[in-house]
Design a protein around this ligand. Structure first.
Ligand SMILES: NC(=O)c1ccc[n+]([C@@H]2O[C@H](COP(=O)([O-])OP(=O)(O)OC[C@H]3O[C@@H](n4cnc5c(N)ncnc54)[C@H](OP(=O)(O)O)[C@@H]3O)[C@@H](O)[C@H]2O)c1
Length: 321
């Protein structure tokens, strides 16, 4: 927003404040004004503005950046227009959609995920992650802009697979057996391949996401007294959506250019975590299986030390309590 317009907005607010001593109505009024883009404001894009993407877009808007945000669904465009200056349709499987707008952008969050089906469909995983990444890379290849670009790609700690509960940092080998993990690792490698002196690529490997509307503790509690058809000895990892937003902002502030685990401190097995939650709620414990089913398994005590050593802190360090 030009300085003259910011000045006009502030003068308008001042006049209103003089005529209304009610601060609450002033805040309401300011909330209706377009957010001024700060002199430091950048041009940023959220590719796949879903559960996490939306929360990041909200934070970036608050920071005063100019925003592009993509969805695959036309019906979401009006909702996204509340968050982004330019809501757009991008679907990696639809060649009539494109990412040309990234040509002169300063920062990109890659947060697309196959959201069309509740079951894991490998073809969809490939077309979303690999197809989406390919389309992005091709577009960035054509970028004539010489300014620096920061990319943050949201990957998953699922890539570590079954490490028998071992402490696992970013140097641990990734699982090459499960086809979903192969896709996720390949997507990481594709985006890392475009690192250059102008392009920084930060890969954040997330734990299972929880937060508003995704109440994993409540879901685990609903198993109280019942039988869970999963191996309770496996150790998953978790991250609250607020801490993902903080992690993405941290990556941008620090100009991160490497791979980091973004998980909270909870390193309990599925059964230990559920027992803990049930005991606190005074509910009967759930029974778990002690062998793996054919499901994709994460069984690793994933370390977040690398990010913490850079000064990153969590608002939700623990899943219990
Ligand atoms: N969920 C977890 O527990 C978890 C764990 C580890 C890592 N992650 C990663 O975290 C990131 C964010 O997850 P989330 O929960 O925010 O995902 P989400 O809510 O499912 O949002 C996914 C976004 O990707 C878009 N999308 C779907 N198919 C696409 C395609 N073919 N081409 C382009 N865009 C497409 C969706 O479009 P619409 O707006 O049309 O739906 C949506 O905006 C993802 O990269 C995911 O892999 C998630």
């Amino acid at each position: 927003m030009p300085a003259a317009k910011i000045y006009k907005t502030l003068r308008f607010a001042e006049r209103k404040m003089a005529s209304s001593p009610d601060l609450a109505s002033l805040y309401q009024l300011l909330a209706k004004q377009p957010t001024p883009i700060l002199p430091s404001g950048e041009r940023r894009a959220v590719l796949g503005c879903g559960y996490v993407g939306e929360a990041v877009a909200r934070a970036w808007k608050q920071e005063g950046h100019e925003l592009w945000a993509t969805t695959t669904r036309r019906e979401r465009l009006s909702e996204l227009s509340e968050l982004a200056d330019s809501p757009l349709i991008f679907d990696s499987t639809d060649s009539s959609t494109h990412l040309d707008f990234v040509a002169d952008i300063d920062g990109i969050l890659i947060s697309f995920a196959p959201s069309k089906s509740s079951v894991v469909d490998l073809t969809q995983y490939r077309s979303t992650f690999l197809g989406g990444m390919q389309r992005l890379i091709e577009t960035l290849d054509r970028r004539s802009h010489n300014s620096p670009l920061q990319l943050v790609h949201l990957s998953s700690c699922g890539v570590y697979g079954n490490r028998q509960g071992a402490i696992t940092n970013e140097t641990a080998p990734t699982d090459s057996e499960h086809p979903v993990n192969q896709v996720l690792v390949q997507a990481e490698e594709m985006i890392a391949s475009i690192r250059s002196h102008r392009i920084k690529v930060c890969v954040l490997r997330l734990g299972g996401i929880y937060g508003p509307g995704r109440d994993i503790p409540a879901m685990l509690l609903s198993a109280a007294g019942g039988l869970v058809q999963r191996n309770g000895l496996n150790v998953p990892c978790w991250i609250h959506r607020d801490d993902i937003v903080r992690g993405v902002c941290f990556a941008f502030e620090q100009g991160l250019n490497d791979t980091y685990n973004l998980v909270n401190d909870t390193q309990l097995s599925g059964q230990e975590l559920t027992d803990c939650l049930c005991e606190r709620a005074g509910l009967p414990l759930a029974k778990w299986m002690k062998i793996n089913t054919s499901d994709r398994v994460l069984n690793a005590r994933v370390s977040n030390d690398k990010l913490k050593q850079l000064g990153f802190t969590f608002t939700h360090p623990c899943m219990v309590g």
